[in-house]
Design a protein around this ligand. Structure first.
Ligand code: BGC
Length: 257
């Protein structure tokens, strides 16, 4: 338990599992009140609410689908109404769909882009309008991926969405600076979460991936939460428009055999 986020209210998308869940829990342990939304994992959301409440912090879990602009706006409005304000927005919700490029469907493209990029865009807009209305700065943290930079064959829509998040982060850092709002991304590599369940259940693929990770292990949601605490706290005040890679060395591990 610490107090690096004491007095802050955080809104986190995708808080019922994986990285979002770890961030929600750690933020509360650092003194923040926590609101999160989730799409379908009600059991995970209920458990998160119980665990976060045990830290003594205020918590709410809202069932909203961030691929709907209207739902995203309601998440921001409900949180601000119930908690009085939002200081930190964590755009964590994300998904990926695997397909050879020539087989990718419009439905899969839309599912990925609508959550990872469009949803993030409009929730961020709603958060910025909220901070403008209360005349205060704030912090935005996007959970991007190493694949905002690194190709990921068979995941073209995912890469397109994360490349979009990279440029949105850079662009908004300029536009939001006069408002006292910073925006940064975290680019996790391979983290043990539900998004990776196929990989985690395939020993051959998993050991091939571990070969490419210099630190020789997958990351944990808590590894990502540590960086998120830093970016949500005053310690990161001078950081904006940048991406913090958290990948055990994966991104730059090209070796000539
Ligand atoms: C993807 C995972 C992948 C990892 C490393 C993440 O962004 O969601 O599926 O294993 O990057 O390639």
């Amino acid at each position: 338990m610490g107090n690096r986020l004491a007095g802050k209210v955080a809104a986190i998308t995708g808080g019922s599992q994986g990285i979002g869940l770890a961030i929600a829990q750690r933020f509360a342990e650092e003194g923040a009140d926590v609101s999160f939304c989730y799409r379908s994992n009600k059991a995970g959301a209920d458990e998160a609410v119980t665990n976060i409440a045990n830290t003594g912090r205020k918590v709410a879990g809202f069932q909203y689908d961030v691929s709907s602009v209207n739902d995203g706006q309601k998440f921001v409005a409900d949180t601000a109404a119930q908690f009085g304000k939002i200081d930190i927005l964590v755009n964590n919700a994300g998904l990926e769909r695997r397909a050879d490029f020539w087989d990718a469907t419009e439905a899969d493209f839309d599912a990925v882009l609508n959550v990872n990029l469009k949803g993030l865009f409009f929730i961020t807009q709603a958060f910025v309008k909220h901070r403008m209305a209360v005349k205060a700065g704030g912090k935005i943290i996007n959970i991007s991926s190493v694949h905002e930079e690194l190709p990921f064959p068979h995941f073209a829509s995912y890469c397109a969405s994360k490349g979009g998040v990279k440029m949105l982060t850079r662009n908004l850092s300029i536009e939001l600076a006069p408002l006292g709002i910073t925006i940064n991304s975290i680019a996790p590599g391979a983290i043990e979460t539900p998004i990776n369940k196929n990989l985690l259940n395939d020993p051959a693929k998993l050991s091939a991936l571990l070969e490419n990770i210099p630190l020789k292990r997958l990351g944990t949601p808590d590894d990502v939460a540590s960086m998120a605490v830093f970016l949500g706290s005053e310690e990161s005040n001078y950081a904006t428009g940048t991406t913090f890679f958290l990948d055990g060395g994966l991104t730059w591990n090209y070796q000539e055999q």
